[in-house]
Each structure stands twice: as structure tokens, then as C-alpha cells.
Write a protein that binds this ligand. Structure first.
Ligand code: NAD
Length: 418
């Protein structure tokens, strides 16, 4: 068990927790409790492949904390998924949900698989097998999964159906991020990317800068990155670079985002788009832009490239894209403002929370209502964190974690957990 806590990703999270804990005298007991997840569920999932062969996949669900409410967090299908990574991501969910003021705890799940190598039928059988295996531990008032890397609304639809079939009744509240036709929420698909852009707008506002005079590079063009690009384009930000697993595209005058969205929605990879210059993903991170939004992987801004970063604002659409060392270097030596993952990509879980609430009351909101409520929460959290950073002369990540810790500690004290 011990080595799951010794990965660089988790070490970064713990270090950040300890630093933030010093800002507002968080009790040692609070930090100690949050260093360990409440429950780790490890499952093996036998799947009959199209060839007739049975293949076994490893799956995980980590329930980190339920101090503030039911466990909540995404499901990742990626070949690199392992228990240590899921523990790290689950702990970030606890902090995120606390920071955003949601009545939810933190969890994460995943299966070690490259989904692109599976047929649709194999993917469905894998999803159903995984849902059955973690079934006893999840539920609309226990633990509510959502999409993450490599999963989408169809994955959620299969999870919902499997869980409902096994419990004997329709249980739409079991997952969020599901299709509208089976209880999804308007605005969920775009929510994380929209949240990234609402955060960008807040930083620009604090610096008296306009969107039109700013340039943006986005790493990743999936559920988060693509919608961040769409929303950024809508407000007049110049999106000069985007990337996916195959390549990165760059145009200093601004890329044609609507055309690129159409291109990728037809299942094309960016390497096959020939109306923009191709660069590699590492170059994208060090472009001379005003704003950089890493929206793909963790650990991409690190000791190897931190001195080459030129952006003055980094908005973390992905979870954990900046290592602790790079974060501290960029803040102290280059005065870079980093809006951390738990704030920057909070739009997804905020609208997931709205979806969950709508499923409980069976009353569905308009897209405008969802968006205005999302903006209200992000603006409020942003201002609170910004003020905390100014008050204590710390970076935004430290202020965000300190704010999350404060709410968690209060609840832990009231519940007699510490
Ligand atoms: P996704 O699978 O939809 O998209 C990932 C994107 O990253 C794809 O464009 C993929 O091609 C690209 N990519 C993969 N490997 C790459 C590489 N080596 N270099 C460059 N690009 C690469 O995943 P997503 O849901 O957009 O999630 C992205 C990040 O955002 C993850 O860290 C996830 O945890 C985080 N996040 C997602 C949500 C959500 O609502 N989906 C919410 C909060 C945080």
C-alpha cells in the first residue's frame, strides 16, 4: 500500500497541502487525515473480446473523503491508469469540491485500457463489467461517477443502465455527464471548458486587460480543451495553438476554431489538418503567448521546461499539469499567475452537481440558467481565492487549497473526525 503514496504526482499534492496548511494554521490532524483515502476498491474485469478470447482488465475506484457529502469524481479509461494515479486524482476531487462549496466528497475511478483499441461492443462490455464490479460501493446518494479522460456521455449511459438493471429500478442519479435524453443536464458537455474561460476572464479583469488583446495556447483538444477553445473564440480571445495526441497546430494570427471543431468531430486527428503550421506538443507549452491552458495530461510543466515558459498566465484545465517545483519557480522567479486545477477546471463538477440535483427533483433547467449559476459560483470562488492570495502574499494554488482546507477542517471538527 505504501508505494501508492510515493509517486511524484501524489508527492506534489501532499507538498501543496502542507504548504497551504501553513497559511491559515490548519491542524496537523486535518492534513494527516487528508493524506489517506477512506477506501480503495481494486477490481478485475473479465471481458469477452470480439475474437472470443477473455481478457482481464484492472479497474479502480478510490473514495477519498465523504466529510462534505457523497463521493463524487470521474472515471478515466487510459492505458496509464493505476491505483496511485487514481488516489492522487481522488484527493484533488476532495479539495475541489470543498473549494467550490459543493455538498460533495471526493473520489475518482479508472480502468487501465487504451479505449481506442477496443471495438464499441468490447468497450460496452468493459464498462458494464466495471460498473458491476464497483456496483456495491456506488449509488446516487453514495458515490456518483462522471466522465474523465477516455470516457464520455455514452460510457455514462452504459453505467446508468447496468446499475439500474442490477438494482431493479431506473437510477438516473447514479452518474452525471450522461446524455440529455436520460436525465443529463443542459450545458454539462461544455461546462469544464467554459469554466476554464470564465477563470481566464477573471484574471484578465483583475489585470485590466481585454480578451481581444490576449493570445491563448491550449494543450489537448478533447472534452475540456475543445470547449475551452470554443468559449475562448466566442469572447474574442485569439486561440493561436491547440494540440491533441498526434500533433500541435500553431498560427500566430489565430486558428480557425469553428473549422477545427468540425474537423475533429468527424473523428480526424489534428495531424491531418493542413491549414495550419504543425509544431510538437512540447513547443506549444513554450510559445510566446499571454495565456497557456494545459488541458490534457498531468506533469507537463516541470523542471525540464519551466525556465522556457513564456506565458504570464497559466490556467490548469487538466488535473495536476504543473509540478510543485515548477509552480513555485514560475510564481517566484517569473511572476506567472497559475490558476490551479481545483479552481480552473471546477466547471465540470459544478454542472455535474447541478445535474445530480435536477435528477433528484426531476425538474430540468434551461442552458441559460445552468450557465448563469455556473458563472456565479466560479466568480465567487475566484474572488475568494484571489483575496486570500493577496492577504497572505501567496500564490493562487496555495490560496485555493488553504480555502478548501478551511471548509473541510470545520466539517471534520463538527463531525468529530479530528
Ligand atoms: P479527453 O480524453 O476528452 O481529451 C484529452 C485530450 O488530450 C485529447 O485531445 C487527446 O488527444 C489529448 N492528449 C492525450 N495525450 C496527449 C499528449 N501526450 N499530448 C498532447 N495531448 C494529448 O479528456 P478530458 O476529459 O478533456 O480531460 C483532460 C484533462 O482535464 C484531464 O486531466 C482530466 O482529468 C481533466 N478534467 C476533465 C474534466 C471533464 O469534465 N472532462 C473535468 C475536470 C478535469
Amino acid at each position: 500500500m505504501k508505494n501508492i503514496y510515493s509517486t511524484p504526482f501524489y508527492a506534489n499534492i501532499i507538498k501543496n497541502l502542507e504548504i497551504a496548511g501553513m497559511v491559515n494554521d490548519t491542524k496537523n490532524a486535518t492534513i494527516q487525515r487528508l493524506k489517506f483515502p477512506k477506501r480503495c476498491i481494486v477490481v478485475s474485469i473479465p471481458v469477452r473480446m470480439d475474437s472470443g478470447e477473455i481478457k482481464i482488465f484492472d479497474g479502480y475506484r478510490v473514495q477519498h473523503s465523504q466529510t462534505l457529502g457523497p463521493f463524487k469524481g470521474g472515471i478515466r479509461f487510459h492505458k496509464g491508469v493505476n491505483l496511485a494515479e487514481v488516489v492522487s486524482l481522488a484527493s484533488l476531487m476532495t479539495l475541489k469540491n470543498s473549494l467550490l462549496g459543493l455538498p460533495l466528497g471526493g473520489a475518482k475511478g479508472g480502468v487501465a485500457v487504451e479505449p481506442k483499441n477496443l471495438s464499441r461492443g468490447e468497450l460496452e462490455r468493459l464498462t458494464r463489467g466495471f460498473t458491476s464490479a464497483i456496483g456495491p460501493f456506488i449509488g446516487p446518494d453514495k458515490d456518483i461517477p462522471a466522465p474523465d479522460v477516455g470516457t464520455d456521455s455514452q460510457t455514462m449511459a452504459w453505467m446508468l443502465d447496468t446499475y439500474s438493471t442490477e438494482s431493479g429500478f431506473s437510477q438516473t442519479g447514479i452518474v452525471t455527464g450522461k446524455p440529455l435524453a436520460i436525465g443529463g443536464s443542459k450545458g454539462r458537455e461544455a461546462a469544464t471548458g467554459l469554466g476554464v474561460v470564465l477563470n481566464i476572464q477573471k484574471v484578465l479583469e483583475k489585470q485590466n486587460k481585454s480578451a481581444e488583446e490576449s493570445s491563448l495556447a491550449i494543450q489537448g483538444f478533447g472534452k475540456v480543451g475543445m470547449h475551452a477553445a470554443i468559449e475562448a473564440h466566442k469572447i474574442g480571445l485569439k486561440v493561436v495553438a491547440i494540440s491533441d495526441i498526434s500533433t500541435a497546430l500553431y498560427d500566430a494570427n489565430g486558428l480557425n476554431i469553428p473549422e477545427l471543431v468540425g474537423f475533429v468531430k468527424k473523428k480526424n486527428l489534428l495531424k491531418d489538418y493542413d491549414s495550419a503550421k504543425q509544431i510538437n506538443n512540447d513547443e506549444l507549452l513554450t510559445l510566446p503567448v499571454d495565456i497557456l491552458a494545459p488541458c490534457a495530461l498531468d506533469g507537463v510543466i516541470n523542471s525540464d521546461n519551466m525556465d522556457k515558459i513564456k506565458a504570464k498566465i497559466i490556467v490548469e484545465g487538466a488535473n495536476g499539469p504543473t509540478t510543485s517545483k515548477a509552480s513555485s519557480y514560475l510564481f517566484k522567479e517569473k511572476k506567472v499567475i497559475i490558476i490551479p486545477d481545483i479552481l480552473a477546471n471546477g466547471g465540470g463538477v459544478i454542472v455535474s452537481y447541478f445535474e445530480w440535483v435536477q435528477d433528484i427533483v426531476w425538474l430540468f433547467w434551461s442552458e441559460e440558467e445552468v450557465k448563469s449559476k455556473l458563472k456565479m459560483i466560479i466568480d465567487r470562488c475566484f474572488d475568494r481565492v484571489w483575496d486570500c492570495a493577496k492577504k497572505h502574499s501567496v500564490d493562487i494554488r496555495t490560496a485555493a487549497i488553504a480555502t478548501a482546507l478551511k471548509r473541510l477542517e470545520k466539517a471534520m471538527l463538527l463531525r468529530g473526525q479530528i
